[in-house]
Design a protein around this ligand. Structure first.
Ligand SMILES: *[C@@H]1O[C@H](CO)[C@@H](O)[C@H](O)[C@H]1NC(C)=O
Length: 432
């Protein structure tokens, strides 16, 4: 570096001085500016990443909805990625004929990993997805009674290791599916907002005619009797009934009619004092003869509702219910001496085949497996608190059935503490 020695500097020295004194200072300024600029960028980046990261952590891992297309229909139903491979036969427009001697197509076993207690919801979702990915392809022989996909449940096992899935299902089928597609009036879904608002991060699916058909043909391809029954239901109400049981069996979650209002978040449905991990099915009461006589169409003392049901996937009650439906359809066709899709069933036949009377039989049989002292639905009358039978939580009348003029339902315009759902009885298909 140039030294200040007091002597008049020579021209080269002056130039050197100029260069060494000015250039480095300009260089230093530039360096500092660049440093501050980079530091600012880095700091901003850290903060931005930080808040982004936090936001991401709060949400459950987004299950990218994969779509499965079936045959020539071209319509798609989103699945959570655990879709089964669809055998070639399932793409046929024609419903497969029931033939127990035919080879059953290959299907994928659905496995739901039991999730250890104390996990966060996001972790549960993750391990659930991971568990499902482990599903293996396996050939299965045709079998009667129903050959259910859940081979990981030992035959005599009356409960299920899964949990109630964070999913909400609603169904909107057209009364005349062969007519031109009619989009529903958005007003018919005005109460769905209550479900979305109370249950953020739940996966919501509105199932239509095409989606329902695709789902049944894809997931139950190995059971032509189910596909056949679904495609030949005598009316849309019965079809919607069967579809809800099959959806909950395959996917779990909460099914609820479009004319129901969510009053409490699903997370709060299991009362304090009942171990959450034990609950695999939640049922509500629709009718209890406790404060009045019998009702014309209601054969049980107490009837469970099926306008709202919460379930872990693969709960054995759905297999029982589906077998009951197949039996009832045969009985009805036989009684009318007509093919089932030409029968005009009575309102009672609807209730006692796919509807709440049949559902009550299936649920009650399942309850009896857990409590052999139960002899009739009358034993559940006068319930004052929700009660757990094995893995089935039975709610009091106000749970899903508040605001009715019978069954000791709270009907004074107030919302009782026990109320979880309000049914508006707006769009009943029954008895049409
Ligand atoms: C209800 O349906 C079942 C199954 O089809 C049948 O056995 C039973 O007799 C029916 N109940 C009445 C009261 O008709």
């Amino acid at each position: 570096m140039h030294q200040h020695d007091g002597a008049g500097p020579s021209l080269p020295a002056q130039v050197l001085h100029h260069l060494t004194m000015r250039r480095p200072s300009r260089f230093a300024v530039t360096c500092m500016a660049a440093f501050f600029f980079l530091a600012a960028v880095w700091l901003y980046g850290e903060t931005a990443m930080d808040s982004f990261g936090t936001t991401r952590e709060r949400l459950p891992p987004a299950p990218l909805p994969t779509t499965v297309s079936l045959g020539s229909g071209g319509s798609k139903i989103p699945t959570t990625g655990d879709h089964t491979k669809v055998p070639a036969t399932a793409g046929n427009k024609d419903t497969p004929k029931v033939d127990a001697t035919k080879d059953t197509p290959k299907t994928e076993d659905i496995k739901v990993a039991p999730t250890p207690a104390g996990e966060t919801k996001a972790e549960k979702d993750k391990s659930k997805e991971a568990g499902k990915e482990k599903g293996t392809e396996k050939a299965k022989p045709a079998a009667a009674p129903l050959d259910w996909p859940k081979t990981d449940i030992p035959p005599g096992d009356i409960s299920h290791p899964g949990h109630i899935s964070p999913k909400i299902w609603q169904i909107l089928l057209q009364k005349n599916p062969s007519a031109k597609k009619v989009y529903p009036d958005p007003k018919s879904l005005q109460d769905t907002a209550s479900w979305l608002a109370m249950n953020a991060d739940y996966k919501y699916t509105l199932v239509s005619d095409q989606g329902g058909k695709d789902f049944v043909e894809r997931r139950f391809a190995h059971e032509p009797r189910i596909v056949d029954a679904y495609n030949h239901m005598p009316n849309v109400g019965m079809k919607s009934d069967l579809l809800r049981y099959l959806l909950l069996d395959a996917e779990g979650g909460v099914y609820t009619d479009t004319d129901t209002v969510a009053i409490r978040p699903i997370e709060d449905w299991i009362p304090k004092g009942i171990e959450r991990d034990k609950v695999k099915l939640i049922v509500g009461i629709e009718f209890d003869r406790r404060d009045g006589g019998a009702w014309a169409d209601i054969s049980h003392w107490l009837q469970f509702c099926q306008w709202t049901i919460a379930a872990a996937p693969g709960h054995p009650v759905f297999r029982k219910m589906t077998e009951r439906i197949l039996t009832s359809l045969d009985d009805i066709a036989h009684a009318h001496n007509l093919p089932i899709d030409q029968v005009k069933p009575t309102s009672f036949e609807v209730m006692n085949s796919t509807g709440p009377a049949a559902w009550t039989d299936a649920v009650f049989e399942q309850l009896q497996l857990h409590d052999s002292t139960l002899t009739s639905t009358k034993d559940l009358s006068f319930m004052e608190e929700p009660r757990l039978y094995g893995d089935i939580l039975v709610l009091t009348i106000d749970g899903f059935g508040m605001g009715q003029a019978h069954s000791a339902s709270t009907n004074d315009g107030t919302t009782p503490k026990a109320a979880l759902v309000k049914h508006l009885f707006r769009g009943s298909w029954r008895g049409e």
